[in-house]
Design a protein around this ligand. Structure first.
Ligand code: PH2
Ligand code: MG
Ligand code: MG
Length: 177
């Protein structure tokens, strides 16, 4: 199972956050990577210390045989096309695409800082603490377990603080193709 998280809280070349997320999913499948399912779009409270606009977040289930590092490169290319600038860490962004889990693989886990931000860390080092990742994720992959903690999304969401970290404020859309 491969799961990616999508997020946006800033208007960019592909338009409003909802348009950027839908377009990103199309770009992924146009590059021959199958998007098997996508969640609804969720309006979420910005997580982190930077004051910024609410995010739109979603998750998608991906099917591909390309390696995680190649998939990451492809996602970074799509982010760049969507006008992503390397601004403040955790600042506003037109599009953020993160690999949350790649076939249950554990790789560079707990490494303090990803070298130059390019080395893939699996699973995503913060996903288990973020409602804006876990809520959409459990919609597309109800049977998913965190590869390191061996807990389901619903169990992780019951950990202290997790449901409030980037809390879901409302559902912005129904799920689509
Ligand atoms: N992404 C961040 C920082 N904070 N908060 C929400 N709600 N959603 C995000 O996608 C998000 C965030 C940096 O990647
Ligand atoms: Mg992110
Ligand atoms: Mg990212």
């Amino acid at each position: 199972m491969i799961i990616i998280a999508l997020g946006s809280n800033m208007h960019g070349p592909w338009g409003m956050p909802c348009a950027a997320i839908i377009r990103a999913l199309k770009e992924i499948s146009d590059r021959g990577v199958k998007v098997a399912a996508r969640s609804k779009l969720y309006v979420t409270k910005p997580y982190g210390s930077i004051p910024q606009a609410a995010f739109l977040n979603a998750a998608a289930l991906i099917e591909t045989s390309i390696p995680a590092s190649t998939l990451l490169r492809l996602l970074k290319e799509i982010e760049a096309q969507a006008g992503r600038k390397q601004t403040a860490h955790w600042g506003p962004r037109t599009l953020d695409l993160d690999i949350i889990d790649y076939k249950g693989r554990i790789c560079n886990w707990k490494m303090k800082k990803p070298i130059l931000g390019r080395r893939v860390i699996l699973p995503h080092p913060e996903a288990h603490k973020r409602a804006f990742v876990l809520v959409p994720l459990q919609e597309v992959a109800p049977s998913w377990h965190h590869p390191v903690y061996r807990l389901k999304a619903a169990q992780l969401l019951r950990m202290p603080g997790t449901a409030q970290a980037g809390a879901v404020l409302e559902t912005a859309s129904s799920s689509g193709p």
